[in-house]
Design a protein. Structure first.
Length: 155
């Protein structure tokens, strides 16, 4: 997502693209991704944000509290039948970080969007329970309150 502060936007863009990575804005990702769809690629999505529109999200019990999760990542993986790998970063000791990867599925088209998102919710909750100090609680995952018009709470 674009950062409102233009100075920080430029700084983070420079940091994120300095090693040759292509930076796609979440707001125009579908259009910006088109030139790469028929090539070999690794698409990394950072799932640290709460949805902007809670009515257009899947609601899961996350740490026993109704929590909205974006629909787009699962929808894209299923549509493109792209293997899905989850990652969690932790710090084994000061100054050292380790990423733990887990294959969620090789065949996302065999799952529903809700099932794939549910796998992510379970993986994220498991990672946070194991390494609570690595979770950025400032992301305000629970800034939205569930309302019946949003649909059912899954799980």
């Amino acid at each position: 997502m674009p950062i409102r502060n233009k100075i920080f936007e430029r700084l983070f863009y420079k940091l994120r693209t300095r090693n040759g990575a292509v930076f796609l804005k979440a707001t125009t990702m579908r259009e910006e991704f088109l030139p790469y769809q028929n090539t070999h690629y690794l698409l990394g999505l950072i799932a640290d944000q709460s949805p902007g529109h809670p009515g257009n999200a899947w609601w899961f019990n996350f740490f026993n509290k109704p929590t909205p999760f974006l629909k787009g990542p699962a929808k894209g993986a299923i549509l493109n039948d792209t293997a899905v790998v989850f990652a969690f970063i932790h710090k084994p000791r000061r100054g050292y970080y380790e990423a733990v990867f887990k294959l969620a599925t090789n065949e996302p088209a065999s799952l529903t969007e809700q099932e794939l998102t549910g796998k992510f919710v379970n993986y994220l909750e498991e990672g946070i329970r194991q390494y609570p100090d690595m979770w950025l609680w400032s992301h305000r995952r629970w800034k939205w309150e569930w309302k019946p018009e949003y649909g059912e709470i899954i799980k």
